[in-house]
Design a protein around this ligand. Structure first.
Ligand SMILES: *Cc1c(COP(=O)(O)O)cnc(C)c1O
Length: 388
């Protein structure tokens, strides 16, 4: 198999950079760099039906993944998660078609596996072997595990009140763990300082250009599972926003490849009442989200007070005709129980938040009963024992 990776492009200015040397944010604008592919050539050469014959991991989309040599892929079997029809929730809420894409079944129990499999594979290909990340929780466990698999050195900076499972899995995988008295943003500041001192490569999401490529595969899988079309609505628990912008990128790529048409789902951002910078910016009509002070929520993965890709998230939500809304921690706990008891999936609190968000939008009529909707359960509830 061959990748059609061609270059990196600044999402703000369009300036291009070589994809074959390490990059972080675009040097000139300090904005997110996206990997770009020769999709015109790929369109002529790739048969999407051949892809469906391959093993069901995210690496079946190798042609649009940023790895040149297959032997550099560091995989634990991520991707290919089930999209389950939620029949009992449909009946309870008079919904015609509701799906849960269960990302909790990924290695390390969250969809962070997708992003970090891509990032660690690319780091290996570029000869980077000492990596560091600030993490609200799940990214840490995922990076530690992929580094273990690859035999790389891993450093993690995590808020000291992150879920216990995230601390233990990070240590178990042999990473260097530093607990920070603060939030992910504080962990980020410290990790960048230590990275500069020790010469570590920072794989913070969207600062590093390849994690988004792992997460975009959720968009490819959704289209494939629906017979190469997209749903009406996707509800996404948004922290740094890598998954939502990744899926949005995937849709554009698939249209260029001729795999889908121009139709798009409404992209819905769900955040917690105690940490909702993107919702606030959406409501104010702004393209950049101010830092959210004193962020609190039990949904650790979306306790992200500022996002370097804020403009990408807000653009995607607006272009899609979607919306952004908040839910309370109490509502998250209710939805967690409802999903577990009605559908047999114990969701992460972040994933549970999507059900609350969906129901609120149904109540207000923003989403109709006939709109086919996918709730993204981004992680497994089992990692949040300290909550229950
Ligand atoms: C990181 C995380 C999120 C937020 O993902 P982004 O793509 O960064 O917005 C949501 N849920 C879980 C379980 C997470 O670990």
């Amino acid at each position: 198999m061959k990748s059609y990776l061609s270059h990196l492009e600044c999402t703000e200015t369009g300036e291009t950079y070589s994809a074959d040397e390490p990059h972080s944010l675009s040097p000139a604008a300090q904005k997110v760099l996206y990997p770009r592919y020769d999709l015109e050539l790929a369109k002529r050469e790739i048969d999407r039906n051949a892809i469906e014959q391959r093993p069901p991991t995210m690496w079946r989309f190798f042609e649009v993944m940023p790895i040149r040599d297959e032997s550099n892929v560091v995989t634990l079997g991520e991707g290919g998660t089930p999209m389950l029809r939620a029949h009992r929730l449909e009946a309870a809420h008079a919904a015609r078609t509701l799906y849960i894409k269960d990302e909790g079944l990924n290695p390390t129990g969250s969809f962070k596996a997708r992003g970090l499999s891509a990032a660690v594979s690319r780091a290996k290909e570029l000869g980077l072997i000492r990596l560091v990340v600030p993490s609200a929780g799940n990214a840490a466990g995922a990076l530690a595990s992929y580094c273990a698999k690859a035999g790389m050195e891993c450093h993690v900076f995590m808020p000291k009140d992150a879920p216990n499972a995230n601390k233990r899995e990070t240590e178990m995988a042999g990473a260097h763990l530093t607990l920070v008295d603060g939030l992910i943003s504080d962990a980020g500041a410290l990790s960048r300082k230590v990275a500069a001192e020790l010469g570590l490569f920072d794989v913070s999401t969207l600062r590093e250009p390849y994690r988004v490529e792992g997460k975009k595969t959720m968009g490819y899988e959704i289209a494939q599972d629906l017979g190469w079309r997209l749903p009406d609505v996707i509800v996404y628990p948004t922290g740094g926003g890598t998954g939502i912008v990744g899926m949005w990128k995937a849709f554009a790529e698939m249209e260029e490849l001729g795999w889908i048409g121009p139709e798009r789902p409404k992209m819905v951002v769900v955040q917690a009442e105690g940490c909702a910078p993107i919702v606030r910016a959406f409501e104010r009509g702004e393209r950049h989200a101010e830092l959210w002070e004193n962020a609190t929520t039990i949904a650790a993965g979306i306790r992200v007070p500022s996002a370097v890709g804020d403009y990408l998230i807000l653009d995607a939500v607006r272009e899609s005709g979607g919306t952004a809304l908040t839910v309370s921690d109490a509502e998250i706990v209710e939805s967690m129980k409802e999903i577990a008891s009605m559908e047999g999936i114990w969701p992460a609190p972040e994933g549970a938040a999507t059900l609350t968000g969906y129901l609120k939008l149904r109540d207000s009529g923003v989403i109709g009963p006939d709109e086919e909707t996918i709730l993204m359960n981004t992680g497994m509830g089992y990692k949040y024992m300290d909550l229950v």
